[in-house]
Design a protein around this ligand. Structure first.
Ligand code: NAD
Length: 378
């Protein structure tokens, strides 16, 4: 297990690559043999010549299928359509969207390919360096604020000029996980007045430490899972939350929603009525749009303008708007994973499901789905 192949991403909207030249050098020195498909880094600013200089074999598109079929390990950003072309026993790392992709998992299992789902990498201190969810969403949180600032017909900071005083824009962040924290920090840096809410009570101090105001809404029993994720709210709690938020939304120039519940549909938190109460020209960015959406009427493919002039943007995959750094971080995560599991004596990558990180993210092996959360119960 030491030959690694990085195919070129095929989705039109994908700008990232799973591996950058700098990390090719690290992996090559470790003992891996790396091939990349020609053009793999072209959209993120990494050139074939740099991959070659770093020690990778650059494979022309016409030979990509045979490189794929020969590889022990395949690194991709997006999930593939199926496991076609991969050799049995190969380890395939990518996003897998495992809660929604039963057929894809079944196909990987049937092909004997070992699928690592990057979404399932455990949220432990040791695995943090491999966690693409964190690295990518923090960039997305940053970019959401820039996007909102560029669309808002107002400026973010307060400005006192001889022509008059401009008050700071008001930004409301709903959901303060990785993306939300980065969004707060970015909006504060731009001079906005920031408020935030999350159902996990531990977040209040983090919000305050960034200089933002925590919106208090009493929802009764809340808390978080052992993995640090939010617990799903009851319908009554969601109604209470909506009522508590409505006034803050009406006063805000920008609302960015990032509220997700791992493995489940995102809660709908901004209804048409609440949006109707917002000022014309206000911007809403729904960063949960691809998992059901926090905002009524948001669309992952286009901007929606409401009758009262509020612009709703489906903020899906905003990290793809900063592909150089998104690829750098993604690649850093992949490199951390591969070097962590490298057995230097045997000169091979060790795949051992008893390891808590590997066991946490390996979904298929030996012809079957092996991850307990995805095994079909009869
Ligand atoms: P996420 O993407 O699942 O959810 C985003 C945020 O939405 C979370 O903060 C969640 O509490 C919040 N949310 C859910 N329902 C909501 C509602 N109804 N209203 C308002 N907010 C709601 O979460 P995430 O950003 O991936 O991170 C969750 C936690 O995990 C954070 O505390 C983060 O620091 C932690 N984390 C730990 C590690 C690690 O230790 N390796 C890595 C990454 C994240």
């Amino acid at each position: 297990m030491k030959t690694v192949f990085v195919p070129r991403e095929t989705a039109d909207n994908e700008t990232r690559t799973a591996l950058i030249p700098q990390d090719v050098s690290i992996l090559t020195r470790t003992g891996f043999e790396i091939s990349v498909e020609s053009g793999t880094g072209v959209k993120s600013g990494y050139l074939d010549a740099d991959y070659a200089k770093a020690g990778a074999k650059v494979v022309p598109a016409a030979e990509a299928a045979s490189a794929l079929a020969a590889a022990d390990i395949v690194l991709r950003v997006q999930k593939p359509e199926n496991a076609k072309g991969l050799k049995s026993g190969a380890l395939h790392l990518s996003y897998m969207d495992p809660f929604n992709e039963k057929e894809l998992l079944a196909d990987f299992a049937a092909s004997g390919v070992r699928a690592v789902s990057l979404e399932m990498i455990p949220r432990t201190t040791l695995a943090q360096k491999m966690d693409v969810q964190s690295s990518q969403t923090s960039l997305a949180g940053y970019y959401a604020v820039l996007l909102a600032a560029s669309k808002l017909p107002k400026i973010f900071p307060m400005m006192m000029t001889p022509a008059g005083t401009i008050s700071p824009a008001r930004v409301f962040i709903i959901g303060v996980g990785v993306a939300g924290l980065q969004a707060i920090a970015t909006a504060k840096r731009l001079g906005a007045r920031v408020e935030a809410f999350d159902t996990r009570p531990v977040v209040e101090d983090q919000v305050k430490s960034l200089g933002a105001k925590f919106v208090k809404i009493d929802l009764g029993e809340m808390g978080q899972t052992a993995q640090g994720y939010a617990k799903e709210l009851t319908p009554e709690q969601i109604e209470k939350q909506k009522a508590g938020q409505a006034k803050v939304c009406a006063q805000s120039d920008v609302v960015i929603t990032t509220a997700k519940v791992f493995g489940r549909k995102a809660p709908l938190l901004l209804t048409k009525d609440m949006i109707a109460g917002m000022k014309p020209g206000s911007i809403i960015i729904d960063m949960a749009v691809s998992t059901g959406g926090n905002v009524e009427g948001s669309d992952p493919t286009k901007e929606v303008v409401t009758e009262n002039g509020v612009r709703i943007i489906g903020g899906d995959g905003l990290e793809r708007c900063v592909p150089a750094d998104a690829s750098r971080m993604f690649s850093g995560n992949m490199t951390a994973f591969l070097t962590h599991f490298w057995d230097d004596e045997a000169k091979t990558l060790k795949v051992d499901r008893a390891d808590p990180i590997m066991g946490g993210c390996l979904l298929t092996e030996g012809g079957a789905v092996v991850h307990e959360r995805f095994i079909e119960k009869a």
